[in-house]
Design a protein around this ligand. Structure first.
Ligand code: AMP
Ligand code: ZN
Length: 473
């Protein structure tokens, strides 16, 4: 069955028909972080949803070319740099670095490009687009010297958000000098320099200033992906005004339909409220790691609920994630054991290794809950088969192959420990012998030798287990 996605533009589930894409990848644009502080895990819910989408498209054989912008100039970054008393670039750099670090911790696949708004070539593109809008009568310079988009001249304005123009309110992302504008909903394309901006300014036909947030994305997306984009994503709070404005600007300039599929994820909540910097109810990735959870556990906790369903973040949810991953780890260890030992237990076709149910669930507007439900049902059934010695090596390998296939989308497998050096293995074996002989002194000596080599030995009911220092996955 074909892939289907809920398109915010039509408010309907639509078949994914990217048109003639022979010889070219799917063009995907995802709004990235505003680097004025460390991103919170609500932001990462959006990025994980986009990661799932890209990986599933790839599993289905599409090539994807993804661009994620970095918003490194807008009101909050300028204010932050001013307050910290450092140049804008220096201020935003630390948060860019933190963003990539956290994205790696959460195993988010890197986009193909991360354009930054302050890159001169995109600033030039923004100025070029604004000039085109002005010459078409779609934008005007107001008395305050800023340039605004004239929404009354763009009849489709409001279509993405399904808004009535008469209900438009000011949005906080534009300066509050509304009196200069023709319409309260007109948004800034170019903001004239003022003292509070310090040395953050670029030259333009309208005088010194800086771009508005919305034009940044129109310029970077069309510069790197062309006039028409297949899929554009973000969180639901991006729908209006940001994405609505992106459509008006891009289509205003090119005259072509900007985006075919608009996909938006619901928010991560805390106690029923959106997790947001402004509300102070947020956690960062390091906050979660500091509570001894792993990036893998957080990835699971954020990915496991359908992207259009609001997700309440709780520590209980993190514990559930840990438990679910533990079940997967154990299941894989059992399958590997059987696969390796060539254990010719009763060959059984039951349960048969499934081939497509997991990905078919994801075809249906990324129905991850159904896909994971299917995974855990498969785990339950195969565990029962293994309990009853009804799993032969070939079936176990087939299940492992299946896991490898779906794990290309999930990326939830525990990191493999570095190979245990032979010397450490030998000491562990000698220690085990000493323990059997109740030679505790020798056993302790060997533990110390193992420890000196950077390994730890733990005695479990299944025998001694070796782990590397304080390594976690
Ligand atoms: P920002 O850095 O504010 O531009 O946001 C970056 C991305 O995170 C955007 O796609 C937002 O829609 C998304 N986002 C912000 N807060 C949340 C949240 N609580 N849950 C899910 N996504 C969010
Ligand atoms: Zn954007």
């Amino acid at each position: 069955m074909a892939l289907r996605f809920f398109n915010t533009f039509s408010r309907e589930i639509e078949e994914f028909e990217p048109g003639d894409i022979s010889g070219r990848p799917i063009r995907m644009y995802t709004c990235g972080p505003t680097v004025y502080s460390r991103a919170h895990i609500g932001n990462f819910r959006a990025y994980i949803f986009e990661d799932l989408l890209q990986r599933h498209l790839e599993l289905r054989g599409y090539k994807v070319y993804r661009v994620m912008n970095i918003t490194d100039v807008e009101d909050k970054t300028i204010r932050g740099a001013r307050e910290a008393g450092v140049p804008l670039q220096k201020f935003t750099e630390q948060f860019k670095g933190a963003f990539f670090e956290d994205a790696d911790t959460l195993r988010i696949k890197r986009a193909d490009e991360y354009p930054a708004a302050t890159d001169q070539r995109y600033i030039d593109r923004m100025i070029e687009m604004i000039s085109a809008l002005v010459s078409k009568g779609l934008a005007y310079q107001a008395d305050d010297k800023s340039v605004y988009f004239r929404i009354n001249k763009f009849p489709d304005y409001g279509k993405l958000a399904h808004f009535d123009l008469t209900q438009l309110q000011s949005t906080g992302r534009v300066k509050h000098d509304e009196y200069d504008k023709e319409h309260i909903g007109d948004f800034a394309l170019w903001k004239a320099w003022d003292e509070a901006d310090g040395d953050v300014k670029w030259h333009s036909p309208w005088g010194p200033g800086r771009p508005g947030w919305h034009i940044e994305c129109s310029a970077m997306s069309t510069a790197l992906l062309g006039d028409q984009i297949d899929i554009h994503c973000g969180g639901v709070d991006n729908i209006f005004p940001h994405h609505e404005a992106e459509i008006a600007q891009s289509e205003g300039v090119t005259g072509k339909k900007f985006v075919r599929y608009w996909l938006h994820c619901a928010h991560l909540l805390v106690d029923g409220q959106k997790m947001a910097k402004s509300l102070g109810n947020f956690y960062t990735v390091p906050d979660v790691l500091a509570k001894d959870y792993t990036g893998r556990e957080l990835r699971y906790a954020l990915v496991r609920v359908h992207y259009r369903v609001p997700l309440n973040f709780t520590w209980e949810g993190m514990n559930e994630a840990r438990e679910s991953l533990g079940r997967i780890d154990e299941w894989l260890a059992r399958l590997r054991q059987i696969g390796k030992s060539g254990n010719a237990e009763r060959p059984t076709p039951n349960p048969q290794c499934p081939t497509t149910a997991f990905e078919e669930a994801l075809d249906d507007d990324l129905n991850i809950s159904a896909a994971l439900g299917f995974l855990f049902e498969s785990i339950r059934q195969t565990n029962r088969a293994m309990d009853q010695k009804e799993m032969d090596a070939a079936s176990a390998s087939a299940w492992l192959d299946w896991w490898n296939r779906i794990n290309a989308v999930l990326d939830l497998e525990a990191a493999v420990d570095a190979a245990i050096p032979e010397e450490v293995e030998q000491f562990a074996q000698q220690r085990e012998n000493a323990r059997r002989e109740k030679n505790w002194k020798r056993s302790d000596e060997l533990r110390e030798r193992i420890s000196a080599l950077g390994w730890q030995v733990r005695d479990t009911k299944d025998g001694p287990k070796l782990t590397r220092g304080a390594g976690s996955t």
